[in-house]
Design a protein around this ligand. Structure first.
Ligand code: AMP
Length: 167
């Protein structure tokens, strides 16, 4: 019986040592969140990669201006709609940040093109990892390209493209 106990103790202390030596190579992570339920999966994968290592996490959500999408095609003032979209995004980003324990100063709500703004925030934060969702695409959607591909082409650091289903 004493043998059993000491063997168990040896195994458990070896396991503890293995857990203790794991240090993520990443110190600053930018998570690109479109604020759909897919963002929760990205956050889960990020945690699996980073573990409990000390790491600064930034969340970036980009709002594409309606004016650039519709230009002069819509003969009406789009600013009230744009304000509403911004308010909702702000609320959702704050909720998501709270769930992840990411402080307000690390929650970035930006107007522009997702691909270029994600890259810009990553450069500004000196990120060493960007986490982005990646969809399986076919046909025209494949030809048009994806945010993940665009980010990977121009990223200043490693990119974790998390498969999030069909696009
Ligand atoms: P997409 O290529 O547009 O299907 O988007 C794939 C991934 O790009 C998402 O899972 C997000 O990680 C990121 N992404 C897309 N749109 C945005 C956005 N507006 N703001 C931040 N990240 C985005």
């Amino acid at each position: 019986m004493p043998y059993c106990c000491s063997a168990v103790q040896r195994v458990s202390s070896a396991q503890t040592a293995l857990v203790e030596v794991y240090m993520s190579p990443y110190s600053t992570v930018v998570l690109a969140a479109d604020l759909t339920e897919e963002s929760t999966l990205l956050a889960k994968r990020m945690r699996q990669i980073v573990g409990d290592s000390p790491c600064a996490v930034h969340i970036v959500h980009v709002i594409e201006p309606l004016s650039s999408a519709y230009g002069g095609d819509v003969p009406m003032d789009l600013s009230p709609v744009q304000d509403q979209i911004q308010d909702q995004a702000k609320t959702h980003l704050a909720e998501f940040g709270l769930q992840l324990g990411v402080p307000e100063a690390h929650q970035h709500l930006i107007f522009g093109r997702p691909q270029s703004e994600i890259q810009r925030v990553a450069e500004e934060c000196e990120a060493d990892l960007i986490v982005v969702g990646s969809h399986t695409r076919s046909g025209l959607a494949r030809l048009l390209g994806s945010t993940a591909n665009g980010v990977m082409d121009s990223a200043p650091c490693d990119v974790l493209a998390v498969h999030v289903g069909e696009g």
